[in-house]
Design a protein around this ligand. Structure first.
Ligand code: C5P
Length: 222
């Protein structure tokens, strides 16, 4: 079947504080350029959701394999628009905020999605997990959460497009908000295969993440 890479990149990047996060330049290339470059060789087309009015900046270097659309108010709405913007059989959804994406992971995901119709990259949790206590700031040790069997979910996530579209339509109709697409499949009773991810797929979220991202970019680009 055909595969489209869908990149929600329409966030404001408020926590990072550098304008739209996907357009942040890391060692000479934006986070978005890095994600497009990683996915492009493995898919039939790439569709990117950008903040309203930012698409023009990219038409300077037209690429017939890459299209830009306007995103929505939330990530969920941006993904919904992306799903409606392609007719591919399978979609690979990837946050532009995770620029260090290797070919092995894309291969593993595409293999897994052919079996279950839904798969996500995830990592077994290594740290001890504890709920913050009710001390106003949440800085007190509260309840310990057993980490056994817990996985931290990343992107990319792969789906049969029609399966994810149905899950999105359902969540939309029910007013259910979600930050994650695989979660919507599980919520609809579907099976999601967990594919072992990579520490390098961490999400760049706050300024604290930038030194690590810069150090990694130097190694990644070498
Ligand atoms: O804010 P957060 O890092 O969780 O966003 C995850 C991804 O979703 C980012 O790549 C961001 O650009 C995207 N997003 C979007 N549309 C929104 C909000 C976030 O495409 N309205």
């Amino acid at each position: 079947g055909t595969v489209a890479a869908l990149i929600p990149a329409a966030g404001a990047g408020t926590r990072l504080g550098h304008g739209p996060k996907a357009l942040y330049t890391l060692a000479g290339r934006t986070l978005l350029e890095r994600s497009i470059g990683a996915l492009r060789p493995h898919v039939d087309e790439v569709v990117v959701a950008l903040p309203e009015g930012r698409g023009d900046e990219f038409q300077a270097a037209p690429d017939p394999q890459v299209r830009f659309i306007a995103g929505g108010e939330t990530r969920q709405l941006s993904v919904r628009r992306l799903l409606h913007a392609t007719t591919a059989d399978y979609v690979l959804i990837h946050d532009a905020a995770r620029p260090f994406l290797g070919a092995r992971i894309i291969h593993d995901l595409l293999e897994a999605v052919a079996e279950t119709g839904a798969a996500t990259v995830a990592r077994p949790v290594a740290d001890t997990l504890v709920r913050g206590g009710a001390a106003g700031t949440g800085s007190l040790w509260g309840e310990l959460v057993a980490r056994e069997g817990l996985w931290a979910v990343q992107t990319p996530q792969a789906f049969r497009r029609e399966l994810l579209l149905a899950a999105h339509d359902r969540a939309h109709a029910e007013g259910h908000a979600a930050t994650d697409d695989a979660g919507l499949i599980a919520r609809s009773g579907g099976q999601v295969r967990l594919v072992r991810g990579d520490a390098r797929l961490f999400k760049i979220t706050t300024p604290d993440d930038l030194p690590l991202a810069q150090a990694l970019a130097a190694v990644w680009d070498a």
